[in-house]
Design a binder for this molecule. Structure first.
Ligand code: CA
Length: 248
């Protein structure tokens, strides 16, 4: 089996705390022509996925700290990267839960390398076909003079850069990915701050206030962040342009 070489090598993030398995996966994936990066914990996986935007994530279910299901749920809220779940458990329940939180496929340990590699290739092929229809709609969003570039981590309003702290950017980015949907403080904390965050949910309120302050001097901002009492926050798009990203 070979990987198409017409384009850049596909990047695979391997998330597994057992070093021996990680090494085996790295060795075999590299030999197949993939560019492999590794993470040994859920938090490292999230950081790496956000930084590197891999083409596929191979995600072990049993991880120290934040487990694979939590990682999967958070990643799925932020990006469409295919996720192949790896697990020692083979009960139907785990499989269903894994697929419910957004995993695309599932391999049970002990796995056959050939089967795993075949599934990796199949998922990448499927993602490639999908991305040819909707080329990375979420990396850059631009509407009515507003622009967010998630790769460069910049925000512009009518050509003027709005500087933000990292968490402010992550919060705005998350809200923009979910226009018209209320996000609870808990969801926001888990996605923006991670499961190891021990502060209280007022942190979210403070950051939302800071975000609003950053934009208050712009007239005709094409979105509004609304407080939904007792629940959380919702970003409403005020522009009327139809967007392909929302239709798909
Ligand atoms: Ca493990």
């Amino acid at each position: 089996m070979t990987v198409a070489v017409a384009t850049r090598p596909k990047r695979v993030l391997v998330v597994e705390d057992e070093e021996a398995i990680r090494q085996t996966l790295r060795y075999n994936l590299t030999r197949e022509g993939y560019q492999v990066s590794e993470a040994a914990s859920g938090d490292a996986a999230l950081a790496s996925a956000r930084r590197e935007r891999p083409d596929l994530i191979l995600l072990d279910l049993m991880l120290p700290g934040m487990n694979g299901l939590e990682v999967c749920r958070v990643i799925r809220q932020e990006m469409a990267t295919p996720i192949l779940m790896l697990t020692a458990k083979s009960t139907e329940v785990d499989k269903v839960v894994g697929l419910q939180v957004g995993a695309d496929d599932y391999v049970t340990k002990p796995f056959s390398l050939n089967e795993l590699l075949a599934r990796v290739a199949a998922l990448l092929r499927r993602a490639e076909m999908h991305s040819q229809r909707a080329a990375e709609p979420l990396e850059v969003e631009e509407f009515s003079g507003f622009r967010i570039d998630r790769a460069a981590r910049t925000v512009h309003v009518k050509g003027v850069e709005v500087r933000m702290a990292p968490k402010e950017f992550d919060l705005l980015s998350l809200l923009l990915l979910n226009p018209g949907r209320v996000l609870s403080r808990q969801t926001i904390i888990q996605t923006v701050w991670g499961s190891k965050f021990f502060g209280d949910s007022k942190t979210v309120d403070v950051h939302v206030r800071w975000l609003r302050e950053k934009f208050e001097n712009f007239d005709q901002l094409p979105f509004r962040i609304t407080t939904v009492f007792g629940v959380g926050y919702r970003l409403d798009r005020l522009d009327r342009e139809p967007r392909a990203a929302e239709a798909s």
